[in-house]
Design a binder for this molecule. Structure first.
Ligand SMILES: C[S@@+](CC[C@H](N)C(=O)[O-])C[C@H]1O[C@@H](n2cnc3c(N)ncnc32)[C@H](O)[C@@H]1O
Length: 279
């Protein structure tokens, strides 16, 4: 679907019925989080996440973080290998074990979706980014319990990874329920912005899929306006059911479950990187 009609669709969501549903969606508990420090991480790039730490980790979890993270942490100080999929093959392992493609999840939260995708797509390698320590520990516990070898983690801002990744190296990207930042003065912290789409356009392969979920009507508008300006992507929806119903290979996250429990509508957006344009 062309960018102009995308914008028309964003207006479509503003009919009075949808509008009232959107307004109900503005009460996300995560949205109420304040950044735990005032400093932003990169000059000119505002911090898009809330807390890095929750309650003090219990010893088992703290050990998991200390002992297991180094083995699966992405090394972004070293240039990315060619092909990128070598990051999933430990030294000494046969090259036949190299995954066929790489997917990225930005802000995996409790890691339910990341672990499900890795378990159900063993031929694919997944990079998961999440600055919240408790979420990283959940991913590490799942990796250990399910004996997964196709996940690498970046326990920090995904934008560091986007800068490090080679051009046209990702076949799929997931951004599920990004922090909504509903207060007016915080809206500029929303992760999805024209700048982020430029970064994604560079690292995604032609035809690659970008999946975004949100339960916040105003964030939906932010997203559609950003995509209207970025010509590298096309929205794949052909009708309302395509953004109202979660596809079967998109498992529910904890955040989504909570949003639904609290009566908020969820939107499932799938964009395709265009074949005929370079990022
Ligand atoms: C509202 S939570 C949703 C978590 C999960 N995707 C879900 O649906 O349950 C948003 C998550 O994105 C993470 N996040 C925000 N900005 C990020 C960034 N720049 N890089 C990586 N993760 C980020 C936050 O730490 C938080 O865990």
């Amino acid at each position: 679907m062309a960018a102009a009609s995308l914008f028309d669709r964003s207006r479509l969501t503003s009919d009075s019925k949808t509008k009232s549903m959107e307004d109900e969606n503005e009460t996300s508990p995560v949205a109420r989080q304040e950044p735990d420090q005032r400093r932003d991480d990169n000059a000119g790039e505002l911090r898009s996440f809330g807390r890095r730490r929750g309650r003090k980790l219990r010893p088992r979890k703290s050990n998991l973080f200390k002992d297991k993270l180094p083995a699966v942490a992405l090394d972004i100080e070293t240039p990315a290998p060619d092909p990128l999929e070598r990051i999933f093959v430990p030294d000494g392992e046969p090259p036949e074990k190299t995954p066929s493609e790489t997917w990225l999840e930005i802000g995996f939260g409790g890691a339910e979706h990341l672990l499900w995708q890795a378990e159900n797509n063993s031929q694919v390698g997944l990079i998961g980014c999440e600055p919240f320590e408790g979420g990283v520990v959940k991913a590490l516990a799942g990796i250990e319990e399910k004996h997964l070898s196709n996940i690498r983690l970046h326990a920090d801002d995904a934008r560091d990874v986007l800068r490090w990744l080679p051009e046209a190296s990702l076949a799929r990207v997931f951004i599920l329920f990004p922090d909504p930042w509903p207060k007016k003065r915080h809206v500029k912290r929303r992760l999805i912005s024209p700048q982020l789409l430029k970064m994604l356009a560079r690292v995604m392969k032609p035809g690659a899929e970008l999946r975004i979920g949100t339960d916040i009507g105003d964030y939906l508008r932010t997203i559609l306006i950003a995509f209207q300006a970025e010509k590298s992507f096309q929205w794949s929806a052909e009708g309302p059911m395509d953004w109202r119903i979660r596809p079967p290979d998109w498992p529910q996250t904890r955040y989504e479950q909570k949003a639904r429990r609290e009566g908020r509508l969820c939107y499932y957006l799938i964009f395709k990187k265009r074949n005929d344009l370079q990022g």
